[in-house]
Design a protein around this ligand. Structure first.
Ligand SMILES: C[S@@+](CC[C@H](N)C(=O)[O-])C[C@H]1O[C@@H](n2cnc3c(N)ncnc32)[C@H](O)[C@@H]1O
Length: 281
């Protein structure tokens, strides 16, 4: 869908530079350090500018509370990484308590983060975990930055970047969970390689995810869902833990945290297809 560029785009992006990561490939293998660095910079700057509103304090979790259900397909229990996002931790992120050595904060990634509603809600619900949203379009990432700025948490960053290879940006095992929400379906067969769940992409995600880490995938497109389901079986190393062809009617916790697209599709009474796959290798 074509959208007009917001006015004064660069100026407005600059106002959120504390939340925006340029050249993400430069932080490969060092994302947790990057989050700590940004949080420390914001503390040192006295929580100035847009960070002022509520910086240092994080809102109470609003969504995603509760425990995750038993897996419905394939796997007996959800991974530790997934469980950790569903508990309600203390309300502040203690930068000092996150030294470069373990225990490391869990790091969750969304590719194609859109206007940031989903990731901002996740970050608010899990202030001890880190959330990185990558979005290819700058007019859209601005909306995400505005939400993250209003949320005020030190545990969320966005990058304006079109991901071609996840391996350019993340080291092996660096990520605990990956969200692919309403990714472009690229319906024409000749565009199969462009789909974010094409076999070559799944092969890369498997490497940047920890063993036991997960991919959560949502779409309103039945063909894209079936394609992704097949690829996750074909590409070895994934176990399908949860699958739903009607997420809103399921009891799965993934139905609770909505994206902008999802909210619209629910209003239009469209089915949401969902897969949670666990890295088994
Ligand atoms: C259909 S929108 C969905 C946005 C959001 N996830 C939601 O559910 O509301 C897909 C988004 O993915 C972004 N996108 C597509 N391919 C991408 C890529 N390779 N890297 C980063 N962003 C990408 C697009 O710019 C677009 O904003």
């Amino acid at each position: 869908m074509r959208q007009r560029k917001p006015k004064n785009l660069q100026e407005r992006l600059d106002a959120y530079k504390h939340l925006l990561v340029k050249a993400p490939e430069q932080h490969k293998g060092e994302w947790r350090a990057m989050f700590r660095e940004r949080a420390a910079q914001r503390q040192n700057a006295g929580n100035a500018g847009n960070a002022e509103a509520g910086a240092g304090t994080l809102p109470q979790a609003t969504l995603g509370a509760g425990t995750l259900p038993q897996a419905t397909l394939g796997v007996g229990a959800m991974p530790r990484a997934a469980l950790a996002t569903s508990t309600l931790p203390p309300a502040t992120l203690d930068v000092e308590a996150m030294p470069p050595a373990a225990p490391e904060a869990e790091l969750y990634l969304e590719i194609g983060a859109g206007k940031g509603r989903f990731l901002t809600a996740k970050a608010a619900a899990a202030p001890d975990s880190l959330f990185l949203g990558i979005e290819g379009r700058d007019g859209i990432v601005l909306r995400a930055l505005e939400k993250a700025g209003a949320m005020g948490g030190a545990n969320i960053l966005f990058s304006r970047h079109l991901v071609r290879s996840a391996l350019d940006i993340f080291a092996h095992g660096e990520i605990d969970g990956l969200y692919l929400n309403f990714s472009d379906p690229w319906p024409k067969p000749r565009h199969e390689a462009m789909r974010l769940t094409a076999a070559a992409r799944l092969d890369e995600y498997k490497k940047i995810l920890k063993p036991g880490g997960f991919i959560e995938f949502k779409t309103d497109n039945k063909d894209f869902f079936e394609f992704t389901y097949r690829k996750m079986i074909e590409v070895q190393g994934y176990e399908l833990a949860e699958v739903s062809t009607s997420l809103q009617k399921s009891g799965l916790p993934a139905r609770l945290v909505l994206t902008e697209y999802e909210e619209r599709f629910i209003r239009w009474e469209r089915d949401i297809y969902f897969i949670c796959a666990i890295i088994s290798e």
